[in-house]
Ligand binder design. Structure first.
Ligand code: FAD
Length: 469
């Protein structure tokens, strides 16, 4: 490591941090840049929320299990590191929503719960006749008067009524954000719905038109799902990237505790008492950790109160015979209007057949939602008791699994509440003027999907290189 070289530190070894490290190293090597970098990760492994377990022939994801195929940055990264031969689309199939005690098929043509085909909505038992009529009012209700941000719930309830929101839209959206639809920001989560409404007045018409603009799918394409994963598990991407990073650039098992700007750049204090100097810093840790490292700068105050939801995933391996009522489909989400603790269940053996050996079944349930997270702190045995009780009522499963894996994700789902984008813009402006060369990236800021994190990691590298020029 040269002492005349510029020094970059990337904090956090989740997907955002390893992406930043990968693209920074690539630029340094390609252009012979006089830059050294260190990726600092608090735990003893890279990957953050990406964690795969291989057990008894099963491939089990403890955290994320796939990514949206239309967001291209993740497939691009996978191809760059030579893993594209392992990419696989999900198997398509019916998916369901559990309302009260019945599983209802999600009506065909629903985009995040918004109807784009009329007849499946008219015939579904998911909504009452009054609920359907109320949703049809979307055709005549005037556009939203846009004044700043608003909650997703406010927007959808006004357009489609409470019943469609509570029985379909809320459970689907909660599956992504584990959030409270009446607090989540429309602008920071699904701005495309507002655009569709503003352009076409009716949200249903807007989504229909948007769908019609998409290229028609062939029979073969229709069979392919919207999601991709790696047959070797998502952790294989992490391991492949780690193998391609120079080992002296990665420092694991070390936590950054404090960042201080100085005349020379930045001084980072580590939990082992040592310090490290940097000319530029990319902070990819969750906002709680970022805020703590930078708590002496007032600009981070608004992010101190940014909520995050705790959830747990429960993967369960069964023999085929245990599932007496194997429903044809890939899983279900649960409406809040139901007396169940699980919030979703993926029939992983059907959605991702490569994960499960022949003759076996793999189910993955979620528990924990905004405002109702106490279950996550229960013991594994108690969580399993509650989950199996729910599954017994819904799917008639009354045997214990061959094995199960409970994974708790404490305060792991950042909530982009109303005004998030404005708060972020103010913070970024203050960073630029007071802490030039320090950049924030990752799931707390501009999207929590894996491809969004990859985009942010890549973008942060561009900013660093521009700053150091
Ligand atoms: P993280 O993965 O949280 O990484 C941050 C890293 O920073 C961690 O390794 C942490 O140890 C480290 N760190 C923290 N503090 C410090 C410090 N002081 N010093 C040094 N290091 C520090 N997204 C999808 O696209 N598809 C899915 O299917 C999906 N499913 C999900 C399921 C679950 C249960 C969860 C929790 C999330 C899911 N997500 C999914 C979201 C996605 O997984 C995350 O948004 C993404 O992985 C976050 O990556 P990150 O790099 O921003 O943060």
């Amino acid at each position: 490591m040269s002492t005349t070289n510029k020094k970059v530190v990337i904090i956090g070894g989740g997907i955002t941090g390893i992406t930043a490290a990968y693209y920074l190293q690539k630029e340094i090597d390609k252009k012979g840049l006089p830059i050294d970098f260190t990726l600092i990760e608090a735990t003893h492994r890279l990957g953050g929320k990406i964690q795969t377990v291989n057990r008894g022939g099963f491939t089990i994801e403890r955290g994320p299990d796939s990514f949206l195929a239309r967001k291209l940055s993740m497939s691009k990264l996978i191809k760059e590191v030579g893993l594209d031969h392992q990419l696989v689309h999900n198997s398509t199939g019916k998916s369901y929503v559990l309302v009260k005690d019945a599983l209802h098929r999600i009506p065909e043509g629903a985009v995040m719960g918004i109807p784009t085909q009329i007849s499946p909505f008219v015939t579904t038992g998911l909504f009452s006749p009054v609920g359907k009529l109320r949703a049809a009012a979307d055709f005549i209700i005037p556009r939203t008067k846009v004044e700043g941000d608003q909650a997703l719930g406010t927007f959808f309830r006004r357009r489609l009524g409470d019943e469609v929101v509570e029985n379909l839209i809320e459970p689907l959206l909660s599956g992504i954000y584990a959030g409270d639809i009446d607090r989540l920001s429309l602008k920071s989560t699904f701005p495309q719905f507002l655009h569709a409404e503003q352009k076409h007045r009716s949200l249903i018409v807007g989504m229909k038109k948007q769908k019609a603009l998409q290229p028609k799918q062939t029979g073969e394409q229709k069979k392919k799902g919207m999601f991709l994963t790696l047959t070797t598990g998502l952790q294989s991407l992490v391991e492949t990237i780690e193998d391609q990073l120079s080992p002296q650039s990665v420092l694991k098992g070390t936590r950054v505790e404090h960042i201080q700007k100085s005349a020379e750049g930045y001084t980072l204090t580590l939990n082992n008492g040592k310090t490290m100097q940097a000319d530029s810093v990319i902070v990819t840790s969750p906002h709680q950790a970022a805020q703590s490292m930078l708590s002496h700068y007032e600009m981070f105050e608004p992010f101190r109160d940014m909520p995050s939801t705790s959830v747990a995933t429960i993967a369960m391996a069964f023999p085929e015979e245990a599932i007496k009522q194997d429903i044809d489909g890939t899983g279900f989400v649960v409406s809040r209007n139901s007396d169940y603790t699980i919030t979703a269940c993926t029939w992983t053996h059907r959605k991702w057949p490569h994960t499960t050996p022949k003759g076996k079944v793999l189910l993955r349930c979620y528990v924990g939602k905004a405002g109702d997270e106490a279950i996550v702190d229960q013991s594994d045995d108690e969580i399993m008791r509650v989950v199996l009780d729910d599954l017994n009522k819904i799917m008639n499963i009354d045997t214990t699994p061959e094995f199960y894996i409970v994974t708790r994700w404490k305060e792991a789902m950042p909530q982009y509440t109303v005004g998030h984008q404005e708060r972020l813009e103010v913070l970024n402006q203050q960073l630029e003027s007071e802490l030039a060369g320090l950049y924030l990236a990752g799931s707390s800021y501009e999207g929590l999907g894996l491809p969004d994190c990859i985009d942010q990691g890549e973008e942060a590298v561009k900013k660093v290189l521009k700053y150091l020029k």
